[in-house]
Structures are given as C-alpha cells and as structure tokens.
Design a protein around this ligand. Structure first.
Ligand code: ZN
Length: 304
C-alpha cells in the first residue's frame, strides 16, 4: 500500500492536468464515458463570406452578424481511451498564424511521444501542417500516421497538383515532405475503405470537402464522440442551411449531401461532435430544428 505522501502525489498527478487545463486558454478537457477528450486550439484564421456558395451576400451577412470576416478556430482533438492516445488532426504552421498545438499539448501535460496514433481527417495544411517540427522532424515521434487511402491518392496525384492555381502548389511540396519523413520511419499508413484506422475507432467516409475526407467515431451510444473535421466552416450558417458550401470544397454537391446526411445521423444518435472549425472548443451536439439543424455548444464544465 502506498504511503499517504505517495498516494497524494499520485492523486495530484491524475488531477492536476485536468485542473490546469481548465484554467489554460485553448485547452478543454471533458469525459465522454470512458474517453477523455481534449480540445486544443491551434489558432484562428479569418474566413470571409465571399467563400460561401449558395447564399446571397446579404443573407450571409445577416446570419454572420456583420460584414467582417469570422475569426475561425482551428481545433485538434486528443482522445485518450484509457489504452491509447489518439490525436485527430495536427493543426497548421506559424506561417498561417497557426501552429500552437505543441505548446497547448505541453500545457495540458500531454507529451507528444505518448501519442500512439495520429488520424488525419483530410490533407489540407491546417490539418497536417503541425505533423513536422519547424526543423522538419516528426512532431509525434512514436505515432503511426493514418488517413484515408483515397485522400492520399488524390493529393499525391500529379493531376491534382497541375489543377491547382500556382499560389496553392507549395502546399503539395510541404505535404510530400511530411509524407516522406513519416514514411522513412515506417509510420505512414493510409487505410482502405472499410478498414478500422486503429482499435476502437471507426472511420466514417465524409467526402466532398475533399475526396477522402474522413470523420472518426470513438465510443458508442450516448458515450460516442465524433471528430468531423471540415464538415462545417461557418457554424452560424451550415447547420441551419447544410446546402451552403465553401469555395474550397472539391465537390460542392457531394459536400452538401454528406453534411446533410451526417447532421441527420448525429442528431438522431445524439453524439458529441468535435468540429475543426467550430468556435473553440468546437464541442457540442447537433439537433434537428424545422427544415434544418441547430448547434448546441457544450457549456461550462458539462460532463457526459
Ligand atoms: Zn480545415
């Protein structure tokens, strides 16, 4: 039996990260059944209404509450299952005003080497940029990196690079550099459709924003948590109007259909949702409301 002193130290070691993170900006930890979910804010980017497709500018402005671009969160989610630590998405780099994930993890008491799996929802820079350190090394030195094979094939195809405007091509170079680093250390493993990316996690194909965009489902029933990546960029618009898309979706009709279907399912199953670009911490539930849906952000210290 441990001495009272050692017992107290052990107890504090368990509690302290939770207490600290509650006080730290950009870190939010909650329990969902047996899962511990930590939302981590990588930074914010301004998104303007001119990116919206399928909505009149006046209506967009009214729904957004003004003409200014929306300061949009870039969130990553760390899920601790009790057996594994899994990170969903890795944020971007400082060149975009992002790249705060590493310091947030540190403040939350989570060592990058303790993360065993990194799941990527899709290969946009604000999701894979944080996979390498500024020195070009693996930011998660012991993690296996997993993402959809469809997504890998699309972004590494010469035709995709050729189809991009000149200004967006450097991102492909950055992507290939990242893949090369993880591949050279045997840590890069795209998964086939229907394959579980790691034990206890289901991949839900959610194509449209990009061809292999994938959401990840943890837990079950009322203790389920789904990280849904970029199914929504404008929370004030795309729950009420899932048909509204953004100009950087690769396939607008598919993105809209995928969103509608996922909103239906998430509302029916009452799952906890984590959205990459919903206002930090990006956690909440989707409910049906008339023809559309509403987002109910997780409040206070709510636990489920
Ligand atoms: Zn994104």
């Amino acid at each position: 039996m441990p001495s009272p002193g050692r017992y107290l130290t052990a107890l504090l070691a368990t509690i302290l990260p939770l207490v600290l993170s509650a006080q730290e900006p950009g870190i939010r930890q909650i329990r969902v059944g047996n899962l511990k979910v930590t939302a981590l804010l990588d930074g914010q980017v301004p998104l303007g209404k001119e990116l919206l497709k399928g909505l009149e500018p006046e209506e967009a402005e009214a729904m957004l509450g003004g003409p200014e671009p929306t300061a949009t969160s870039v969130n990553a989610f760390l899920v601790d299952t009790g057996k594994h630590r899994i990170l969903v998405d890795a944020g971007g780099t400082s060149s975009w005003g992002l790249g705060h994930l590493a310091e947030r993890l540190q403040k939350a008491g989570i060592k990058p080497e303790s993360i065993e799996t990194v799941l990527i929802t899709h290969l946009h820079g604000d999701h894979f940029g944080g996979l390498l350190t500024p020195e070009g090394k693996r930011a998660f030195p012991r993690a296996q990196l997993r993402l959809s094979q469809i997504e890998h094939d699309y972004w590494t195809a010469p035709a995709t690079e050729a189809s991009l405007p000149e200004a967006r091509r450097p991102i492909i170079k950055a992507l290939k550099a990242m893949i090369a680093v993880y591949q050279s250390e045997g840590a890069y493993h795209p998964f086939a459709p229907g394959e579980a990316p790691c034990p206890g996690v289901q991949a839900i194909p959610t194509p449209g924003h990009t061809p292999g965009h994938t959401s990840y489902a943890f837990g079950q029933g009322k203790h389920a948590f789904w990280a849904i990546g970029d199914l929504v960029h404008f929370g004030r618009i795309q729950f009420a109007k899932p048909e509204v898309t953004v100009s950087f979706d690769t396939d607008s009709p598919k993105a809209a259909a995928t969103r509608q279907a996922l909103w239906e399912r998430a509302a029916r199953e009452k799952v906890l949702i984590g959205g990459s670009h919903l206002a930090f911490p990006g956690l909440g539930q989707i409910k049906k409301a008339g023809q559309g849906f509403i987002w109910t952000a997780l409040k206070g210290k709510a636990r489920r």
